[in-house]
Ligand binder design. Structure first.
Ligand SMILES: [Zn+2]
Length: 232
């Protein structure tokens, strides 16, 4: 981490739903924030499908989840959370989505972008949520080539947003991780932030245990793993 000393670097986390970032990279966001990075969250959907409770009103859930996400971000030291409010569960790959991501990349000028690994479609025991796949794909395309291509979205130039080159991408939930961050020092913060998402968590102890089993090594250390892409 020496090379990062003295420089303020920015990280932008692009996630489909409120709570995805906590699972994916919250330990790293908290750790690097402590080391001087500025982290921002960009949440693409409104989280309105995150309940099967027949008594839950989507408008109410949207407000609740937004509040939960902001509380989680505060715990981690994330500077600000932005919401795009696409309808939960209905994200498709579109020009609008890529443009909206490029807008925030050009606005915030992150050194690193964190997002979903779009290549993960199925595992042995799960199907990756389509919002995760489309957001991950759009995030990659926003980073390269669109954010750095000046004529890409004329409407963004009209807003005064000039091209920006992101230098690193970190994808969580990747079948091919090539980079890990020891988040033992911020593990408690990751868990606290995750547990802010009360509307989504019905068995907090079970969740924490599953996460521990997944991310704790035999040496007792906790690690978040990413597919890291260094762009030149
Ligand atoms: Zn999600």
């Amino acid at each position: 981490m020496e090379e990062r000393a003295g420089q303020v670097k920015r990280g932008l986390v692009i996630a489909a739903h409120p709570d995805d970032a906590e699972f994916g990279c919250a330990g790293t966001a908290a750790l690097w924030s402590r080391q001087g990075w500025d982290f921002y969250y960009l949440i693409c959907t409104d989280g309105s499908k995150g309940s099967n409770d027949p008594g839950m009103i989507p408008e109410q859930l949207i407000v609740t989840r937004r509040r939960e996400q902001e509380e989680a971000a505060r715990i981690l030291g994330v500077k600000k959370v932005f919401f795009l409010d696409y309808v939960d569960g209905e994200v498709t790959y579109s020009r609008e989505l890529v443009r909206d991501l490029v807008r925030y990349i050009r606005l915030l000028k992150p050194h690193a972008v964190f997002s979903h690994e779009p290549a993960q479609i199925v595992g042995d025991r799960f199907i990756n949520h389509p919002d995760h796949r489309f957001v991950g794909m759009a995030a990659l395309d926003a980073v390269y080539p669109m954010a750095r291509t000046r004529p890409a979205f004329p409407e963004l130039l009209a807003e005064g947003l000039e091209p920006h080159r992101v230098e690193e991408v970190y994808l969580w939930a990747s079948p091919q991780p090539n980079f890990e961050v020891d988040v033992t020092d911020t593990w408690d913060l990751k868990i606290q932030a995750l547990l802010c998402h009360r509307s989504q968590i019905h068995d907090p102890e079970g969740l924490v245990e599953r996460l521990r089993l997944r991310l704790q090594g035999e040496d007792g250390r906790f690690r978040e793993r990413f597919r890291r892409i260094e762009l030149f």
